[in-house]
Design a protein around this ligand. Structure first.
Ligand SMILES: Nc1ncnc2c1ncn2[C@@H]1O[C@H](COP(=O)(O)OP(=O)(O)O)[C@@H](O)[C@H]1O
Ligand SMILES: [Mg+2]
Length: 355
C-alpha cells in the first residue's frame, strides 16, 4: 500500500476508549475514521466521522464496511482472526495484520511465541482439567496463577493457587475453560515497552513506564522507571524482536516483570495501543495514538522524545464521576464518555507532570 494522503479513511475495528483516542489523533492528522463495532453509542463512534454497527462474525457486513476504508486497523485484540484473514484475502490492507491477533488471543500460543523469539517468560503448563495442575505447580515451587487461555483482561479469568489448594474449585471458578498455569513470579516491579514499527520496518520505543496494578487492573504508570540502562535496552530489544517477528505495523505493548537482579520475564503483549502508554500524548513529541495512525497509513514514525517526567492515573468506576474533584486535580484529564460507571471499569485517566 502506498502511503495514504490526509483525507483518506481509516477503519477501526472496535469502539472503546482506545478507538476513541485513535480516532481523535487520526482526525488531528486530517484523516476520517470509520468505526465498526457491535455496540450502539460506543465511546469511539461518538468522535468518529462514521460508525457501522455490525458483528465481528458477519463477513459480508465486515467486508462491505472495509471496502469503504483505505486501511483497516483494530483497537482490541479479540477481533476474530478469521475476520481479519477474510478482509486480507479480499485485498484489504489490515494493519497490524492477522498474526498478532492469532498469537496474542491465546496465552499458551503467546508464551510459546515469545519464547520462540528468545524472550524469557515464566514457566507455564497447559491445564484442561484439575488433574493437570498438581505436577506443574510442584515443579514451579508450589505457587502459580491459573488463567483462562482466552478472553481474560484486567485480571479477570485468573486464580492464584498454592500447592494443595482445591484444584477442582479453581478450574470451576474459570468455568473449566482451557487454561494456563503460570509459575508465580516474585517480581520486583512491572514495566512495559510501547514500541512502534512502521511499514518499512523502522522501530521506536518510548521510555518505559513502571506499572502498578491493583487487583489485576492498571492503577498508575510512572515514567521514568529508573531501571538500569542495560535492563531498558534488553526490554526494548525484546519488544523490537517481537515486532519484527510479527511483521508488525503499528504500536504494540509488551509487559514485563523485572526481577531483583534486573532480569526480565515477559508477561504478555497487546497488539494495539496500551493503557500504560496513555501518558505519551501529553509528555512526548508524538503520542502513541498518533504513532499508531502514522504507522498504519504508511507515514514515517514521529519522534518519541519525552519532555518531562510524568505519571498516569487511571480513573476507575465512580472516580471519574466526580467532576469537581478530577477537574481540580492538577494534570490533563481524559474521560472516555462511557455512559455507565461500573465498579473497576476504566472511565478515564489523568496525566500529571512530575517535578
Ligand atoms: N505469573 C505471574 N506471577 C506474578 N504475578 C502475575 C503473574 N501473571 C500475572 N500477574 C499479575 O497480574 C496482573 C494481570 O495479569 P496479566 O497476565 O497481565 O493479565 P491481564 O490480561 O488481565 O492484564 C499482572 O500485571 C501482574 O501484576
Ligand atoms: Mg496485563
Amino acid at each position: 500500500m502506498t502511503p495514504l494522503k490526509a483525507g483518506s479513511t481509516i477503519g477501526i475495528l472496535g469502539g472503546g476508549q482506545l478507538g476513541r483516542m485513535l480516532a481523535s489523533s487520526a482526525a488531528q492528522l486530517g484523516f476520517d475514521v470509520s468505526i465498526y463495532c457491535p455496540e450502539d453509542d460506543c465511546p469511539a463512534a461518538r468522535v468518529a466521522a462514521s460508525h457501522t454497527f455490525g458483528q465481528y462474525n458477519d463477513p459480508a457486513a465486515l467486508l462491505a464496511w472495509a471496502q469503504s476504508c483505505d486501511v483497516v486497523t483494530y483497537e482490541f485484540e479479540n477481533v476474530p482472526v478469521t475476520a481479519a484473514e477474510a478482509l486480507i484475502a479480499a485485498g484489504i490492507t489490515v494493519r497490524p495484520g492477522a498474526k498478532p491477533l492469532e498469537v496474542s488471543q491465546d496465552r499458551l500460543t503467546e508464551k510459546a511465541f515469545l519464547r520462540e523469539c528468545g524472550i524469557p517468560t515464566a514457566d507455564f503448563a497447559a491445564v484442561n482439567a484439575p488433574d493437570d495442575i498438581a505436577d506443574p505447580i510442584k515443579a514451579f515451587g508450589g505457587k502459580g496463577i491459573l488463567k483462562t487461555c482466552r478472553d481474560g483482561y484486567d485480571g479477570k479469568g485468573q486464580v492464584r493457587l498454592e500447592e494443595g489448594d482445591d484444584y477442582v474449585a479453581a478450574c470451576k471458578a474459570l468455568a473449566n475453560a482451557p487454561s494456563i498455569l503460570e509459575a508465580f513470579v516474585p517480581f520486583e516491579l512491572e514495566v512495559s515497552v510501547i514500541v512502534a514499527r512502521d511499514a518499512v520496518g523502522d522501530t521506536l520505543c518510548y521510555d518505559l513506564p513502571r506499572n502498578e496494578h491493583v487487583n489485576g487492573i492498571l492503577r498508575r504508570s510512572v515514567v521514568p522507571s529508573n531501571l538500569a540502562e542495560d535492563v531498558v535496552k534488553n526490554a526494548c530489544e525484546a519488544a523490537e524482536k517481537l515486532a519484527h517477528a510479527l511483521e508488525y505495523v503499528g504500536v504494540l505493548a509488551l509487559e514485563f516483570f523485572v526481577m531483583k537482579d534486573g532480569s526480565l520475564m515477559a508477561n504478555e503483549f497487546a497488539p494495539r495501543v496500551h493503557n500504560s502508554g496513555h501518558w505519551t500524548p501529553e509528555a512526548c513529541a508524538t503520542g502513541q495514538f498518533e504513532q499508531h495512525i502514522r504507522a498504519v497509513v504508511g507515514w514515517p514514525l514521529g519522534p518519541v522524545t519525552r519532555f518531562h517526567d510524568v505519571e498516569m492515573l487511571n480513573l476507575l468506576g465512580e472516580e471519574a464521576m466526580v467532576p469537581p474533584e478530577v477537574l481540580s486535580a492538577d494534570g490533563v484529564l481524559t474521560l472516555y464518555g462511557k455512559r455507565e460507571a461500573k465498579a473497576g471499569r476504566k472511565m478515564g485517566h489523568l496525566v500529571r507532570r512530575r517535578v
